[in-house]
Write a protein that binds this ligand. Structure first.
Ligand code: GLA
Length: 390
């Protein structure tokens, strides 16, 4: 069954109510940021390649009121926890993993001369946590916009993205690329974002009214990217570039890959990155021409490449992709995000969406013993301050 999607207005209301309860004062500032799916272009961002993500209509919403000087208290309805941070400990990683994303952004703004006063805040989210839908980037950018509302000091979008990327790298210990924070900040509703990660230029590509539906299915397993596999892939890509004498794998042509034959890991990783970059550009053409069969085939091809060459998939993701691609009305499916668990995205005819979701989750349940979360996602707008009642 496809899970209901609470409106952004109801998330903002819940965050406002929670902060009023926490601090005894009415919420004064509000902000929200979306999660994202990546349509195609996985593990290419830190190789200076191309990615094609979109923000989704699921959000992390925050509300805040003035708090005790020198302290930030945050109640997370998503984690059912409350955490507090002393501002004189701003640069020491907090004990609560989720709080580090808030802390990291506040610390980055602090370094840029934007100082957070004492604050009580609440966070509510409809982005499934740890599901590869960038719940962390959503929390970072919601914090950034909230902080700007509180301090009445604004960074540029590029600075905001940079601050969030650095927060993630330093506080969460993941040497991530720029894709998640960039799309969460810059996304426009109804569009996917073609991002060139070499010069960080972004172009919106309209999906059009005839585009099929996008179904997200959550495997229910999450293997933390901080455990080292992500960093290891990055290192293997750097090794491949060094062996080929190029700065990044973006600069490699398919015919050069044969030179890596003796280096198995480097050869496989580079094969994925080079082929994935081609798939991204082909996917843009497929979207512009409304060739959904072609887009679906590219997505499924991307999954195979991530499974076989990049080796970041897992049994649960592969099972969902196999189940999905066997369904009527499905154009293609792939894992989305860093991998090792999380979600798959399925491109499916809109009138087949419900039936396909039911059958896929039923079969997954039979095999795994639990029903996966199913979400219909639509292209949403980027992070922002919420000024008035929605
Ligand atoms: C994670 C990272 C991104 C990107 C993807 C893989 O989501 O945060 O920067 O590298 O993995 O495409």
């Amino acid at each position: 069954m496809i899970e209901p999607n609470p409106s952004l207005a109801s998330l903002i209301d819940s965050a406002s109510a929670a902060v009023a309860e926490l601090s005894g004062r009415a919420a004064r500032w509000r902000a929200a940021a979306p999660g994202r799916v990546n349509l195609i272009g996985e593990h290419t961002d830190y190789n200076h390649g191309w990615v094609l993500p979109m923000a989704i209509d699921r959000y992390t919403a925050m509300a805040a009121a003035p708090g005790v000087p020198g302290q930030i208290r945050v109640r997370s309805l998503a984690m059912a926890e409350e955490s507090s941070l002393s501002l004189d400990q701003l640069h020491t990683p907090h004990g609560d993993a989720w709080m580090r994303y808030v802390q990291g952004v506040v610390a980055q703004y602090d370094r840029r001369g934007v100082h957070c006063p004492g604050l009580d805040a609440a966070v509510v989210s409809s982005v499934p946590p740890g599901g590869g839908l960038s719940s962390s980037a959503a929390l970072e950018l919601a914090t950034a916009h909230l902080l700007e509302a509180v301090t009445e000091q604004a960074l540029t979008p590029a600075e905001r993205i940079q601050a969030s990327v650095q927060a993630e790298r330093e506080m969460a210990g993941v040497p991530c690329g720029i894709m998640d924070q960039t799309v969460v900040e810059l996304a426009e509703s109804g569009q996917v974002l073609l991002l060139d990660c070499a010069d960080q230029t972004a172009h919106s590509v309209p999906l059009g009214s005839q585009a099929p539906a996008l179904l997200v299915i959550d495997t229910g397993v999450s293997h933390s990217l901080a455990e080292g596999a992500y960093a290891q892939r990055r290192a293997e890509c750097e090794q491949a570039s060094a062996l080929l004498g190029v700065k990044t794998l973006r600069d490699v042509r398919p015919e050069q890959l044969a030179r890596l034959k003796g280096e198995m890991a480097a050869h496989r990783r580079a094969t994925h990155v080079v082929s994935e970059n081609e798939r991204v550009r082909d996917a843009v053409t497929a979207i512009e021409q409304g060739h959904w069969d072609r887009l679906g085939a590219l997505m499924t091809g991307s999954h195979r490449s991530l499974r076989d060459d990049y080796e970041v998939s897992c049994g649960e993701l592969d099972l969902l992709v196999d189940l999905a691609t066997a369904e009527t009305g499905v154009y293609g499916a792939r894992m989305t995000g860093g991998g090792f668990g999380g979600c798959v995205i399925v491109l499916v005819e809109t009138d087949q969406l419900e039936a396909a979701a039911d059958r896929i989750s039923g079969q997954y349940d039979d095999r795994m013993g639990w029903a996966p979360g199913c979400y219909r996602v639509q292209s949403g707008a980027g992070a922002r301050e919420i000024c008035a009642a929605l």
